[in-house]
Write a protein that binds this ligand. Sequence first.
Ligand code: DQA
Length: 165
Amino acid sequence: YTAHSINSADLQTMPTVLLLNGPNLNLLGTREPEIYGSMNLSGIEEQVSAVLHEHKIECETFQSNSEGELIDWLHQHKNADFLLLNPGALTHTSIGLRDAVLGIEIPFLEIHLSNVHQREEFRHHSFFSDIAVGSLVGLGVKGYLLAAQFAVDFIEQKGTSAGTR
Ligand code: DQA
């Protein structure tokens, strides 16, 4: 083994966490900042990646405004170990995205910047909450960081015993 081949072997065995954001989350920072805060999406992606990289976990990020692109991206990343998902408005509408998450069988956390339960009634139902490991709502950017920390613990404890929550 050369030093280089050891490095690439290491890379291949590094766990991967996906960070997926749905429609309109590309507007973060300027979109309704009183609800969603002032940090933009790249800021969130950088902070989440930093938490994961500290623990030698790869982070793959993606955002799309199109349901089909989100579903295709999940299919292409089905070998990942954990998913951090903010489906945006698709939370309340998309059986297709729900089925994609179920289909790839990756454990995931549902994240919402805002507290959807304090908002309009149509935001109270989620097609993801009942199949998620858990949900973080109303914690702003901190929700993503707490979720990343949870993913680290989940991955590091994987292969030990169930019921660690
Ligand atoms: C959101 C909440 C959804 O109801 C809304 O459609 C969004 C963002 C949140 O992060 O608070 O786009 O998922």
